[in-house]
Design a protein around this ligand. Structure first.
Ligand SMILES: [Zn+2]
Length: 314
């Protein structure tokens, strides 16, 4: 087992493996590997080239005899695909919706976001300063799929299911039936706060139900340690709670800012990255009122900055 304080290689069941970035926090995602007879499937790359290289080195004992022929990006957030160029010989597969997200936010956008002399820039710098967004050449998917795609990875059957739009515009889960294992991408933040960039909430809740209905023992989240189906119940509870609370405030005529400031997080308050509530409330308002202003990435980081580090009133 390769391990240090910040990342760990974990051997799961029957050809399934995990690279877990234990440090946690924004952008510290997991990657997975499914090893077949003579080839492997890589599930996601990481936020920068240094982190991705380290993950590939940890998997090398398997990929030397079973090279990565396919790479699936579970969705279009950079922490799951910015390292793609380091797997040049693999065919990259993603859900159709994920491509739109990949085209929208690329490494130069992250550089701009983290360089801005604004509260959102300051906040983005504080959470993303451990990543190196320069020198990355984006490598986009070679093959897009709709709804579901079954792959044969050296004799191992792997199902890709797009359960989005939910967390993002396309959210792929990777089900390995014979290992009773599912890699959920960011449908599960184990021990963290879900962030609903896209929605609708109902789709994400339906995705939780779908995973709960699978014959699986091992649930590999997009962030956080390997877990079980209990994580799906926790995710669903958070989404239902925030949706109910935000909807009630919308019905009462509150602004999105008032709603965000007055929702008590209760038992969810202890989850890290609780400031994601600002994005989640905004998404509920967009669902309830399609005319509601659509904020861009920097604006949303600005809303989270306000919640994470409120400015003293004058
Ligand atoms: Zn992520």
């Amino acid at each position: 087992m390769v391990s240090d304080r910040s990342a760990q290689y974990v051997r799961l069941r029957r050809g399934c493996h995990l690279w877990h970035q234990q440090a946690g926090g924004w952008g510290m995602s997991n990657a997975g590997l499914v090893v077949g007879r003579d080839q492997s499937l890589l599930i996601d790359t990481l936020y920068d080239l240094r982190l991705t290289r380290r993950m590939l080195d940890a998997f090398a004992e398997h990929t030397e005899h079973a090279p990565v022929t396919t790479l699936v990006n579970t969705h279009g957030n950079g922490d799951h695909w910015f390292g793609n160029e380091l797997v040049p010989s693999a065919e990259i597969v993603a859900a159709r919706g994920s491509l739109a997200d990949m085209l929208q936010v690329q490494p130069p956008d992250m550089l701009r976001l983290t360089a801005a002399a604004t509260p959102s820039g300051l906040f983005a710098r504080s959470i993303f300063d451990r990543f190196e967004f320069t020198g990355i050449t984006p490598r986009l998917p070679d093959r897009l799929f709709d709804r579901e795609l079954t792959l044969d990875i050296g004799g191992t059957c792997v199902r890709l299911i797009d359960v989005g739009p939910a967390h993002t515009a396309g959210d792929t889960i990777v089900h390995v039936p014979h290992a009773r294992t599912v890699y959920t991408g960011d449908i599960v933040f184990a021990g963290g706060t879900p962030v609903v960039w896209h929605g609708p909430f109902d789709n994400w809740i339906a995705a939780c139900e779908l995973i709960l209905g699978l014959d699986v023992q091992t649930v590999v989240p997009g962030h956080g340690p390997v877990t079980t189906k209990a994580a799906l119940h926790a995710t669903r509870a958070y989404l239902e709670y925030v949706h109910d609370q935000a909807s009630a405030r919308f019905a009462a005529g509150m602004t999105v800012g008032e709603a965000t400031r007055t929702i008590p997080l209760g038992r969810f308050a202890e989850l890290p990255e609780s400031e994601r509530l600002a994005v989640n409330v905004h998404t509920v308002y967009r669902e309830l009122d399609p005319g509601h202003t659509q904020l861009d990435g920097p604006d949303l980081f600005g809303c989270m900055a306000e919640l994470a580090c409120p400015q003293p009133s004058p």
